[in-house]
Ligand binder design. Structure first.
Ligand code: UD1
Length: 417
């Protein structure tokens, strides 16, 4: 339950990145021994990845903000269906398992709330490295006698495919080149971790990544980068509530696309070395944006930005180019009084002076984050169902916002229904 008309004030510290932690935890499977991953957020998706690793025989323990993964006793290379269903990113174990054990089996990930999300690019890349892949009875099985470096041209810079191929190629014979690779900061963080393990990876952050196969790697320690999507969500929160928030533990460079759009909308932004301060304006203005692979505007901040634009003066156009079904928040924002028309992958938002609290449902993680933002800015109260989706990506979101002056109450704990 969110009581509206909030003006957020204060400082919010961002946690380690969920989407960087997931492939890094999976990459621990590449070698035998104990790795220490620092600043891993306490989120449902991270628990799922830890459960996946445990189900394969790893010993996983949390020590404060850090996670220790001991992969010396791996006895299985198969991820069962229930774990795949809990989180699509469980598919990130495919590359490392194939790399180390030359065999992996995962249940076929289905579609999800934001689109069909196939794995064709992951599999094409792994096949190019020499894996034999079969897809039957709802499972994907990958086997390789030997993995050999290859030149792989991705049809689209998929984040997951880039990461899976990078991890599989670490222990392949010879050099692998991935062209049209994803350039996201999380891919760079994975490269850095792989190199700590003793791999030889260069080029992450550009669209060509080079992996020189090595024959041996060893466990390592690594500090995960801050979560740019969590940071971006707080930045939009400051702007939509007309408040002033300093977001710390941030790499401002990762948030340039959002900063540009928030400034265009009228917010005032100051970026330091490791913080960003956002001051909302009394009047927000319409802006157009299109989601793109990094360094373009992130699809994971599109719903939050749409919430903001429902209150901006004029007509905004948002085009979603990454996922086919990522406008589920539109119907819920409309229930709160927003005027939004959707035509295919484009949403046309006519800014209103006010939003009004209503009972709404979070259909997925970022849609849920957008509804919390709308709720804080709205007149009167908003009741959000489906909060478990929000918990997948934000650690105790109500505590962080309440510390900034929001009035959010969790009236039914997660898992109680
Ligand atoms: C990652 C992020 C997710 C983010 C997304 C795009 C993680 C754990 N999740 O997801 O939060 O929204 O990047 O920035 O890091 N595609 C194919 N074939 C494939 C793979 C992908 O067609 O084999 C398509 C997808 O259906 C989608 C698009 O490519 O339309 C982007 O997907 P991808 O970059 O792979 O996203 P994820 O790695 O799943």
């Amino acid at each position: 339950m969110i009581l509206g008309r909030t003006r957020l004030q204060g400082t919010a510290r961002v946690n380690g990145s969920k989407n960087a932690s997931l492939p890094i935890l999976a990459a621990c499977l590449l070698c035998s021994g104990q790795s220490l991953i620092k600043d891993v957020p306490r989120l449902q998706d991270i628990t799922t990845m830890c459960d996946v690793l445990s189900s394969l025989g790893a010993k996983v323990s949390r020590e404060g903000p850090n996670i220790v993964v001991d992969t010396s006793g791996i006895y299985s290379v198969e991820v069962e269906e229930t774990l795949m269903r809990r989180m699509r990113a469980s598919n990130l174990v495919l590359g490392p398992l194939l790399g180390r054990f030359r065999e992996a089996r995962i249940s076929q990930p289905g579609g999800c709330n934001i689109g069909s999300r196939p794995m064709n690019l992951h599999l094409k890349g792994l096949r190019a490295l020499g894996a034999e892949i079969t897809e039957e009875f709802g499972y994907i099985t990958a086997r390789a006698g030997e993995l050999t470096g290859a030149e792989i041209q991705l049809d689209f810079p998929s984040v997951g495919a880039t990461e899976n191929i990078m991890m599989a190629a670490v222990l392949a014979r010879g050099v692998t080149i991935i062209r049209n690779a994803a350039r996201e900061p999380e891919v760079v963080d994975l490269q850095n971790f792989l190199n700590c393990l003793g791999a030889k990876v260069t080029g992450a952050g550009t669209d060509i990544i080079r992996i020189e196969g090595v024959s041996k790697i060893h466990p390592a320690e690594h500090q995960v980068i801050p979560d740019r999507i969590e940071a971006g969500t707080y930045m939009v929160a400051a702007a939509i509530t007309g408040g002033e928030v300093t977001v710390t533990n941030v790499i401002p460079e990762h948030l340039r696309a959002l900063m540009a759009k928030l400034e265009e909308a009228g917010a005032v932004i100051e970026a330091g070395d490791d913080y960003v301060r956002v001051r909302g304006a009394d009047r927000l203005f319409a802006v157009d944006l299109k989601t793109m692979p990094y360094p373009g505007f992130p699809t994971d901040l599109q719903p939050q930005m749409m919430a903001l634009l429902t209150l901006a003066e004029g007509t905004s156009i948002i085009t979603e180019t990454i996922f086919e079904n990522r406008f589920k928040h539109v119907s819920e924002l409309r229930r709160m009084g927003a005027e939004i028309k959707v035509e295919g992958q484009t949403a046309i938002i006519k800014g209103k002076k006010k939003l009004y609290g209503a009972p709404v449902e979070a259909s997925d993680l970022r849609a849920g984050a957008a509804l919390v933002l709308a709720g804080m800015a709205a007149e009167n109260g908003t009741l959000i169902e489906g909060v478990e989706h929000i918990d997948r990506g934000y650690e105790r979101i109500e505590r962080k916002y309440n510390a900034l002056g929001a009035r959010i109450m969790r009236i039914r704990s997660e898992g109680s229904h």
